[in-house]
Write a protein that binds this ligand. Structure first.
Ligand code: CDV
Length: 311
């Protein structure tokens, strides 16, 4: 008997700065109802799915900055999402910007949660790889101030046994780093969920602009193959406040093949029935970690010193 989990990637088009949380949640609900009607078990929304991607802007006023963050989850604005998920018996993944009061201070994270079919939050991840810069660099056509606005996530990459499989989370830039995939792979992850906001133009490396879609899929397909896992990878796409962001939301099999992909750069649902047992041949043969992986032999000197040993 195959273990089928039907996944929906809910790509979002741009969210204008003026759009309210309630308006965004309405868009998320439209996609959720459509996904549920088409038999989805879990719907995956992008990174920072509730607002425009504000790390592109230099913000000095603390109250203004705080206004882009969620202080509770669910909140008044997001409660309808949880209620509808429970009514429809569908799980969901949601990326948002989290403002927590912990260790006697304000802490800000780029966060994702996994909600089960009863509407309960069963998993939470705080983004580890924060791209961009912390200082004001107004000469760029746009900035990426994630290093200024977020702390490095402190929860590690975790997987949870839920909704019929082993589910793991990462966020956007993490997908480019093999270690994110491997840490999830080592926990037996069968389904990775991730969201991204990726500009078509990289001001620091413009020569890669034509390669954005290639690099996006390259890293995610390789991560799936080398860890024998499915992934649902979801963009916030299109021209948001003057910045073009890639789409290419997709569902990737443990073979590394893309089995479903968004065609446009607007709100769009992409679905696939994913057999989690398709992970097993990869995990038990080519990428049987216990049998073949040899970390004790991996470049010890370079690992310790960060550089090549002298000749
Ligand atoms: N939100 C992101 O992490 N975006 C980065 C861009 C800025 C390079 C990404 O890796 O897609």
């Amino acid at each position: 008997m195959p273990r089928i989990v039907t996944m929906a990637a809910a790509q979002l088009g741009p969210i204008p700065r003026s759009e309210t949380r309630a308006q965004v949640v309405e868009r998320l609900l439209v996609l959720m109802r459509d996904a549920a009607a088409r038999g989805a078990d879990i719907i995956v929304y992008p990174e920072a799915a509730l607002t425009a991607f504000f790390p592109h802007w230099w913000i000095e006023d603390e109250a203004e900055l705080d206004s882009w963050f969620e202080t509770a989850m669910p909140s008044n604005e997001t409660a309808p999402l949880f209620a509808e998920a429970k009514r429809l018996k569908i799980g969901f993944h949601l990326g948002y910007c989290e403002l927590a009061h912990e260790q006697g201070r304000k802490r800000r994270f780029n966060t994702a949660i996994l909600v089960d079919k009863s509407g309960a939050i069963i998993g939470k991840y705080r983004k580890i790889h924060l791209p961009g810069h912390a200082g004001h660099e107004p000469w760029r056509p746009f900035q990426n101030l994630e290093k200024r606005y977020f702390e490095i996530g402190d929860l590690g990459w975790r997987a949870w046994r839920t909704m019929g499989g082993v589910m793991g989370l990462m966020i956007c830039n993490d997908r480019r780093w093999p270690e994110a995939w491997r840490v999830l792979g080592l926990q037996g992850t069968e389904m990775v969920m991730l969201g991204y906001n990726t500009p078509q133009h990289d001001p620091a490396m413009p020569q890669t602009d034509p390669l954005q879609d290639f690099h996006n899929h390259l890293s995610m397909q390789a991560g799936c193959y080398a860890n024998g896992t499915w992934a649902v990878c979801v963009a916030k796409a299109g021209v948001e406040e003057g910045i073009m962001q890639i789409g290419g939301s997709c569902i990737i099999a443990p073979s590394g093949q893309i089995v479903a992909q968004a065609l446009g750069r607007g709100d769009e649902l992409v679905m696939a029935a994913c057999d989690l047992d398709a992970c097993t041949p990869y995990k038990e043969t080519m990428f049987n970690f216990a049998r073949h992986r040899r970390p004790e032999h991996y470049g010890m000197i370079v690992e310790r010193t960060g550089s090549l040993p002298p000749d």
